[in-house]
Design a protein around this ligand. Structure first.
Ligand code: FPP
Length: 242
């Protein structure tokens, strides 16, 4: 069996890691730069994080790249983020192919500008058969919105007679969420020291271990992912049992 960095336990690696990538703006401000420059540096940190997941055998990485609340930011910042996303997908899809990364997306994707949607679908299609890390980008994503969309889907199915009330269980509800193809996150990482979920994967993180680090997202290194996993491996997950 291969030795993992920091001597991590190979049989207790989180299968799914979710990340709230916070602090791009503050990072840029520290140097007197525009916030957009922080987002650009944040995109480089994304690549490092995927690589680190690949190194240790984490299968799924979900990244909070744009929340439903982010639409309230100034138009210029939203436009810059959308341009960056477009550029990221264009330039990094070949890298994803090299590294066997499969791209997926969750959220209200149809809210995104048409060119970004197009680019996203292309990258998802191109990387669709890759068998390495699955990188899920949460875009125009909100946990409450996802739950509401799930309820709508269930109501539709009830009305059409495909379901009856007794069939509604937590497991079944999970099948009506955007994340129905992925296991629940085992580990949730948030950078920049904030202790909040910020409407991210509210249903799915019920039993996730949470690791908050002070570092701002653009400073995130592969070592930080290993350290978060090390912390995770020290925890005793009981899922409500003893
Ligand atoms: C939080 O920092 C980050 C975001 C709102 C966007 C996340 C985007 C990236 C990491 C870069 C692009 C990613 C991809 C996949 C292309 P903030 O702006 O809230 O920082 P602040 O709290 O310091 O203001």
């Amino acid at each position: 069996m291969k030795t993992l960095p920091l001597n991590l336990h190979p049989d207790r690696v989180p299968r799914h890691v979710a990340v709230i990538m916070d602090g791009n703006g503050r990072w840029a401000k520290k140097f007197g730069w525009q916030r957009t420059r922080g987002h650009r540096a944040g995109a480089d940190a994304v690549s490092r994080c995927v690589e680190a997941c690949d190194d240790i055998g984490t299968e799924f990485l979900t990244l909070y790249a744009f929340s439903t609340e982010n639409w309230r930011r100034p138009k210029t910042e939203i436009e810059a983020l959308m341009r960056l996303l477009d550029k990221f997908l264009k330039e990094r899809t070949p890298e994803m192919m090299d590294k066997n990364v499969r791209l997926q997306a969750i959220g209200r994707i149809t809210d995104l500008p048409a060119n970004v949607q197009e680019r996203l679908h292309q990258s998802i299609e191109t990387t669709g058969k890759n068998t390495g890390v699955t990188m899920v980008l949460a875009l125009s994503y909100g946990g409450r919105e996802e739950i509401v969309d799930g309820i709508r889907s269930i109501v539709r199915n009830l009305r059409e007679g495909h379901l009856d009330e007794a069939m509604i269980t937590p497991e079944m509800f999970g099948k009506h969420l955007y994340t129905r193809y992925y296991p629940d996150p085992d580990l949730l990482i948030r950078t920049s020291g904030e202790m909040r979920l910020s409407n991210f994967l509210l249903w799915q993180c019920s039993y996730a271990e949470i690791v908050v680090m002070e570092k701002l997202w653009p400073d995130f290194q592969k070592e930080d992912l290993y350290k978060a996993v090390q912390e995770y491996q020290k925890r005793h997950r009981r899922f409500g049992g003893l």
